[in-house]
Design a protein around this ligand. Sequence first.
Ligand SMILES: *Cc1c(COP(=O)(O)O)cnc(C)c1O
Ligand SMILES: [Zn+2]
Length: 391
Amino acid sequence: MLRCIECGKEYGENEVRYRCDCGGLLEVVIDLGKVENVFDGRNITLWKYESFIPVERRVSLNEGGTPLYRLENLQKELGIVELYVKNEGANPTGSFKDRGMTVGVSKALELGMDKVICASTGNTSASLAAYSAKAGIKSYVLVPSGKIALGKLAQAIVYGAKVVPVKGNFDDALRVVVKASRELGVYMLNSINPFRLEGQKTIAFEIFDQLGFVPDNIILPVGNAGNISAIWKGFKELFQAGFIDELPRMIGIQAEGASPLAKAWKEKKEFKPEEKPDTVATAIRIGNPANWRKAWLAAEESKGFFESVSDEEILRAQKLLASKEGIFVEPASASSLAGLVKLKELDLINSDESYVLITTGHGLKDPNIIIENFSLSEPIEPTLSAFKEVL
Ligand SMILES: *Cc1c(COP(=O)(O)O)cnc(C)c1O
Ligand SMILES: [Zn+2]
């Protein structure tokens, strides 16, 4: 069953529908009387949690089961007792979007749809293209022209999607996609599609399964705001099923140039979209997060909050995570660590609590950002003495 988060109206799951008649976002209601307690820390993959996932079909590339690292070096450096990274870059196409797409594309098949579409800052299109290829259906992806990282574009192309650049930003592309899905009979797999979030909520299940306890805080980047909503839903389901008796605080980090949620939260004002979002973190370069209502509720219900970080802080955190812990993530992903560093400096966090940072996408998606800010030294003569000189 689908239920509107605003007015509570219910709809069947076999209807192609993305919003309530009132305009509100929909969520899938899971029968928690039927879920299985499989949280034994073993053989972790997304489909281990199938009893929580509302589809029968299964288009899978072995997503999920991503590593959870203890950041021993950074713990010391930052003065935090218990710090982890859940590295979603280890998914099949290199981002957490695969969790949403394994469920979303499976749902498309169940609904009898043979064409799928999304607007994307990059990773959604790469992931949709891959899962559509596996399912043998056609995918269309609309991307902001010139504002998509090289690796992501290459992925979407090679997996065989029809890639359409749009003169405009992500929000502009999404407007076209919403209309196209209505009029052209293609299934939309942006994150307002509630089935995508059903896949992404497994990040919560895996964190609990891997740690054996619920961390005090989850920190993650927020763009279109689907993932924070999904992870919170996952923890709430664990709680309501009686498998856990604590809930984490959800802390959402936005890039300063694209931070409508953080702004509204900090200034205690009405949410207002950002007209001209801009940041190096292209995956979260979104001015009008479609899921902002769900995300707002996630922060409120969990006693969490939103914060924003500058591009400089993001790039510094990206370097820090790679050079101190050996984990290379794309800029958007590094905003979770950038957020933690900033909150620590502002003395807004409790260093004795446990923190899990979600790093959402692989660093190799966007190598240009590193190379542009770094110049190699001149080539040397192939002799030991020349080598000694540069040391
Ligand atoms: C999609 C994406 C995000 C943002 O997730 P939302 O669910 O849109 O908030 C952050 N980082 C990366 C790498 C992404 O691909
Ligand atoms: Zn409604």
